[in-house]
Design a protein around this ligand. Structure first.
Ligand code: FDA
Length: 481
């Protein structure tokens, strides 16, 4: 067993953990990053499948993601625009594929008017929502107790309008059914991107990609660390910690005074982090993993009771990201941009995802929540057939015969267990949201799942990583004061 000592241990080499590590190193702290997987990047992963480069996890960059844009600039990474020339396709409740341009999908005058009215209403509510504190919205309690689908039913009697509005938050972002999260959670999602209109506008939210893939960001951040300070294949199993000031809720109400202060005999604010091969003693720990994985680590003493509750109310959504590559981007020749939507098809949204400089054409499609449950229960060949049929409904029969095909299955990844990210169940945001970024003695927790701006996105991971690093530096400085 190797024994090491550092100022700060960072658990997880995703964008959050690496941003925190680099920031701490720049401030003169000694760090070590312990990563469970044999690669860095977490939910950002670029790989070759049958010779074709695919972005298996996160990939798009939007203009509001200023923290990410700043990092791309600092690292000298170039971006390119998603292909978007030509008409989009919408398949409505009537099952007919219709071509359109502009924002609102082509349905009938009543539904189109309802969609536009709901977008304006949501934009107004989002403008009143602080993504860093959605629980402070004047109607937060009410909005957090009603599911987004029930709230939409209160606002409109037009089912197709409701299905379309729900799609942009439920299928496309939280990747959970609209009946399983609150209207307040929906407002947070939109507020974190600046407005609900931004989520509806694919040309905004899915604007650009990084040449060579977004994983170049974590790879470049990792390259700035000393190799001895980044250990791959090291799942953290345990964290022993002690604190001079245990949070009040950590102490059982009926504890004797001696039990209430178990940390007093040990050095104040110390931590010991262990993997199967390593034990690292440090002043502080940053646990930069999604909240559904906090419980994979054994804490001694156990985390305070409210913290144990908190992470049980946050869960990851489920989405299958599908890539299909063809000899040519045939849809472009037919005047199509590759952008397609339908709340009624297995693949609810799809785009042209051809890599810059390639003559082949690639489509990317997404299958979310209950539709993903159903498809994942099928044999692989049947699932592929159903997904390609869904693409063919948008682009015609040529979509049935890709030369390369790949499904990202993040729910099967032990160190993620879902996609894209975590959100609260009904009532969870108002009950626990304010607690999630609070430290527990020398421990801090965070990931893109806890971000305000850039929530659930790489931009949010950078913001949270920076915040955790700044707070950690301040708290280490206070030890010497
Ligand atoms: P992340 O989960 O990436 O990192 C956590 C790390 O901790 C992982 O490397 C994990 O292995 C490690 N870990 C976990 N437990 C551990 C333990 N016990 N010990 C040691 N290590 C441990 N975003 C975006 O901006 N644009 C986009 O287009 C998309 N699209 C998208 C598609 C898909 C399919 C996915 C899955 C995700 C996206 N996202 C996205 C979301 C984006 O990828 C995500 O928000 C961030 O990459 C999360 O970064 P974090 O570092 O916060 O967590």
């Amino acid at each position: 067993m190797e024994r090491l000592e550092r100022d700060v241990v960072i658990v997880g080499a995703g964008v959050t953990g690496l941003t925190a590590a680099v920031t701490l190193r720049e401030a003169g702290c000694s760090v070590i990053v312990l990563e469970a997987r044999d690669r860095v990047g977490g939910r950002v992963w670029t790989d070759h499948v049958d010779g074709q480069l695919y972005e298996i996890g996160g990939q798009w960059v939007s203009p509001d993601q200023t923290a990410l844009l700043e990092v791309l600039d600092d690292l000298g990474l170039d971006t390119y625009e998603r292909y978007r020339d030509g008409e989009s396709v919408y398949i409505g409740a009537d099952g007919v594929a219709k071509r359109f341009t502009g924002g609102v999908v082509p349905t009938n005058p009543h539904t189109e008017a309802e969609i536009e009215r709901l977008i304006v209403l949501l934009d107004q509510l989002v403008a009143e929502t602080d993504p860093a504190a959605p629980w402070e919205h004047p109607n937060a309690d009410e909005l957090d107790r009603i599911s987004f689908s029930a709230w939409l039913r209160q606002q409109s009697d037009d089912a197709e309008a409701r299905e379309n509005i729900a799609l942009f938050i439920a299928d496309a972002m939280l990747t959970k059914p609209a009946h399983s999260f609150s209207a307040l959670q929906a407002l947070l999602m939109a507020a974190s991107a600046g407005s609900f209109s931004h989520l509806v506008d694919a040309d905004f939210i899915l604007d650009r990609r990084v040449v060579g893939g977004l994983q170049r960001v974590p790879l470049a951040l990792a390259a700035t660390l000393d190799p001895v300070d980044l250990r791959l294949g090291q799942p953290v199993r345990g964290i022993r910690w002690s604190s001079a000031a245990l949070p009040v809720e950590a102490v059982p109400a009926d504890a004797e005074p001696a039990d209430a202060e178990p940390a007093r005999a040990e050095p104040a604010e110390s931590v010991e982090v262990s993997t199967d091969d390593l034990v690292v003693t440090a002043k502080r720990v940053i646990v930069a993993v999604p909240p559904n994985l906090y419980n994979r680590i054994d804490y001694a003493p156990a985390l305070p009771r409210l913290r144990q509750q908190l992470s049980q109310h946050q869960s990851l959504g489920l989405v299958i990201k599908v890539h299909a590559t063809y000899d040519t981007p045939f849809w472009r020749e037919e005047g199509l941009s590759g952008t397609a939507f339908s709340p009624y098809r297995v693949v609810h949204e799809a785009y042209d995802n051809s890599n810059i400089g390639e003559t082949r054409g690639t489509l990317v499609g997404f299958v979310s929540d209950e539709k993903a449950d159903a498809l994942l229960a099928l044999p692989a060949a049947e699932r592929r057939h159903r997904i390609l049929e869904s693409l063919a409904a948008y682009y015609g029969p040529k979509a049935l015969e890709p030369v390369v095909y790949f499904e990202s299955d993040w729910a099967a990844e032990e160190w993620t267990q879902g996609a894209y990210a975590a959100s609260f169940d009904l009532g969870g945001l108002t009950r626990y949201g304010a607690l999630q970024l609070e430290p527990v003695g020398p421990l801090r927790f965070g990931s893109s799942d806890l971000a305000a701006e850039g929530y659930q996105h790489v931009d949010g991971a950078i913001r949270v990583g920076r915040r955790l690093a700044a707070e950690t530096i301040e708290s280490i400085e206070s030890l010497g004061a």
